[in-house]
Design a protein around this ligand. Structure first.
Ligand SMILES: NC(=O)c1ccc[n+]([C@@H]2O[C@H](COP(=O)([O-])OP(=O)(O)OC[C@H]3O[C@@H](n4cnc5c(N)ncnc54)[C@H](O)[C@@H]3O)[C@@H](O)[C@H]2O)c1
Length: 389
């Protein structure tokens, strides 16, 4: 079949097998061109390994540091007439290339929040890696079933206590408008902590530790977004920020149990991913950020950013902020970038957006997540959706 993008709101319901594989290859190329990176972490577990920052982490550690890996992600399989989730194609494209490079790469597909998938993953680590030196937790999910109680929690992306008015963007039409977002109830705020807070991260570390598959000097990373005043009302000071603050608590608890270098929360920059596209205000901020950071020669996508995390920020001694976090968002949050962002934000309207931001690029980056709009791919060719590229 001819596979084309089908966009519904902030998701695309199709994915292109060859485009996704080409995207994985492009990220591998980026890391290989930069050359080998110095890391003793040669056995890696990436939870949320198939797209965005998790995929970039698996690629950087494998192709930069020569690591073997087990990955975990949640995917939709293809059929003869329906395409898979992009992560399904990415996982297979990654494994094929990692194995060709002589690396071990095994992926477990299923619900990472469940005890079954934790047990399956532990079995794979035992069989293929023995133990892991690095655990990257890069899950982004709107829903979590608590394996102990069976309760299903859904996250809400809302302000915490008062109504927020902000500019927002309809990425399909290019219209900039005012959005009014009502505050979350206490129940919604707590449900968001259950989904995106540190509880599942701690459960993973406890399960891995109990099974004896964590190396003595292991490190685990969990990714957060802090952002600036422009996104604080909806993100950092909203339900998501409240959930992300729980990561700092969880990191401290892991360090208490396993040592001072065992757990770090890592603050990353805003990039276009499936997860970030669903957050109000963030696509507008991202459209502006792409243009501003590009003009300043500072723009990074997932792979460039995670490459800098491992190549620069995680080299010893690791520099930490006052809250014990690793900061890779330093370029995005620099005074120069944020001053320019604020000046432009105040002038933003449907008419001025084309001059102030880069909506075209934002749309291209979004489509690339699903394997569309990638150079060298023949989108007019008949493709079986079960193709592994
Ligand atoms: N995108 C950004 O701008 C940004 C910025 C800073 C930090 N972060 C953080 O980085 C982390 C990763 O986000 P992303 O933007 O790369 O997201 P993403 O949507 O690209 O990736 C999410 C990953 O989680 C997996 N996943 C989701 N639910 C799962 C489940 N139940 N079981 C197994 N796997 C599951 C998906 O398969 C995918 O591999 C998140 O913690 C996010 O808050 C993102």
């Amino acid at each position: 079949m001819i596979i084309e993008p089908k966009i519904r709101g902030f998701i695309c319901t199709t994915a292109h097998p060859v485009g996704c594989a080409t995207n994985v290859q492009r990220q591998i190329d980026h890391v290989q061109v930069k050359g080998p990176l110095d890391s003793s972490r040669k056995r890696v577990l990436v939870i949320g390994c198939s797209t965005g920052y998790g995929l970039a982490s698996r690629i950087v550690t494998t192709f930069g540091a020569g690591a073997d890996s087990v990955g975990v992600s949640f995917e939709k399989e293809p059929t003869e007439s329906k395409t898979a989730s992009p992560g399904w194609y990415n996982n297979r494209a990654f494994e094929k290339r990692a194995k060709a490079a002589g690396r071990t790469a095994v992926t477990v597909e299923g619900d990472a929040f469940s005890d079954t998938i934790k047990a399956d993953t532990i079995a794979q680590i035992r069989e293929h890696l023995g133990q892991v030196d690095l655990v990257v937790y890069s899950l982004a999910s709107p829903v979590r079933t608590d394996p102990e109680t069976g309760t299903v929690y859904r996250s809400a992306i809302k302000p915490m206590h008062s109504v927020v008015h902000s500019k927002t963007l309809n990425t399909s039409t290019g219209e900039v408008s005012e959005v009014e977002v009502q505050p979350a109830t206490d129940e919604e705020a707590e449900a968001t902590v259950k989904v995106m807070g540190g509880e599942d991260w701690e459960r993973w570390i406890a399960a891995l530790s109990k099974a004896g598959v964590l190396a003595d000097d292991f490190t685990t990373l969990n990714y957060t977004y802090l952002g600036s005043e422009l996104t604080w009302p909806i993100y950092h000071k909203g339900t998501l920020g409240h959930a992300k603050a729980d990561l700092d608590r969880a990191a401290a608890a892991i360090r208490e149990a396993h040592g001072p270098e065992s757990a770090f929360v890592v603050a990353l920059k805003a990039v276009v991913t499936q997860a970030s596209s669903a957050i109000p205000v963030v696509p507008l901020y991202g459209t502006l950020l792409l243009r501003v950071m590009d003009e300043m020669g500072l723009e990074e996508g997932c792979i460039e950013h995670i490459d800098r995390l491992f190549r620069v920020k995680l080299q010893k001694p690791v520099a930490l902020d006052d809250d014990h976090r690793v900061r890779v968002d330093d370029w995005e949050l620099s005074d120069t970038v944020q001053k320019e962002m604020t000046t432009r934000w105040d002038k933003l309207s449907t008419d001025t957006l084309p001059n102030l931001g880069d909506l075209e690029r934002h749309r291209e980056e979004f489509l690339k997540l699903f394997g569309f709009g990638i150079g060298g791919v023949d989108y007019s060719a008949d493709v079986d959706p079960r193709t592994i590229g």
